[in-house]
Design a protein around this ligand. Structure first.
Ligand code: PLP
Length: 306
């Protein structure tokens, strides 16, 4: 999806002009993929842009970095403030936000420890990743022949830059086969998640989502779905799913910061059908909450002028 330019990008503490936010071709992360990132969204509300669940995202950024031995030279509070500053200065009513910690220029070779750690935060206007039609009518999925990477090969709990080669292999396979998005199975054969989204089915009125032990990321939108389900009185469990559970689900949907909450119409040509009532109910509350229309979820909205 093309990037629409904004004015400024935060780089190592400075807000620099968009076109000046460049790095050297020998930047370590460019070669070996060791870096971590986050995907965050700010939504338009009546009191200006509000970043959805900003602190949990920044805390996950630090957990990802810890797993990969990347020592981010900032605190959580400093990066929370830096995101707010970046959103404010770019003056966008809503946007996608991409914090990135990468190993900079100056070292080569596979020992990352001596590398300087650089941090950038970019924002740009970005529509829903799987499209408005997907949000309304649902998407067609296939189960990829690529497996989610094993936790003892590359830990799925870290949003590591290089980890996303796995997602890209599955994504390209799905797109080339005419589907909207891919689902990956764990090395043990359980359903894991999508290329950049958590997955849920509804079966007998219960929402079921795969656990982290099946290779799923601990999604911040997934956690919001959990809270919404609890508030709506819909049973919600984490549990292992087989591919056949997807084929026979009453409803299915996915969640992620970029994609938001998207119904699943079919998996491997097995119809699930139009978005069902539980999917719709969760979607409705979610979109109202992120836009500041639900006071009971006000702590999710981090206003940038605050
Ligand atoms: C692999 C993967 N799974 C799930 C998610 C959804 O997580 P979140 O809701 O925190 O964006 C993401 C996005 O960060 C992801 O990259």
């Amino acid at each position: 999806m093309p990037i629409e330019k904004a004015d400024k990008i935060w780089m190592n503490g400075d807000l620099v002009d968009w076109d000046d936010a460049t790095i050297h071709v020998l930047t370590h992360t460019l070669h070996y993929g060791n870096g971590v990132f986050e995907g965050i969204r700010a939504y338009e509300t009546d009191s200006g842009p509000a970043v959805f669940r900003l602190r949990p995202h920044i805390e996950r950024f630090f957990r990802s970095a810890k797993i990969l031995f990347i020592d981010i030279p900032w605190t959580v509070d400093q990066l929370v403030q830096a995101v707010k500053d970046t959103v404010r200065v770019n003056d966008l009513p809503s946007c996608y936000i991409r914090p990135l910690a990468y190993l900079g220029y100056g070292e080569m070779g596979l020992n990352p420890i001596p590398c300087d750690v650089d941090v950038s935060i970019a924002t740009w206007p970005w529509g829903s990743y799987l499209g408005q039609d997907g949000i309304k009518n649902g998407v067609r999925m296939m189960i990829s022949s690529w497996q989610r990477h094993d936790a003892n090969a590359m830990p799925p709990a870290a949003k590591g830059c290089g980890h996303y080669i796995n997602s890209q292999m599955a994504k390209v396979q799905a797109i080339k086969a005419g589907y909207d998005e891919a689902i990956l199975l764990s090395p043990q054969g359980n359903v894991s998640e999508c290329t950049g989204e958590n997955l849920f089915i509804v079966s007998g009125g219960t929402i079921i989502t795969p656990p982290t032990s099946a290779g799923a990321l601990e999604g911040i939108t997934q956690d919001a779905v959990h809270r919404i389900a609890d508030d709506l009185g819909i049973p919600y469990v984490q549990g292992n799913l087989l591919r056949s559970d997807l084929y026979t689900a009453d409803e299915a949907f996915l969640s992620g910061t970029a994609a938001e909450i998207v119904p699943i119409r079919s998996v491997d040509e097995r119809d699930i059908g139009d978005p069902g009532p539980i999917t719709r109910a969760v979607q409705d509350v979610f979109f109202e909450a992120v836009r500041g229309k639900r006071p009971e979820y006000a702590e999710w909205n981090e206003h940038v002028d605050a």
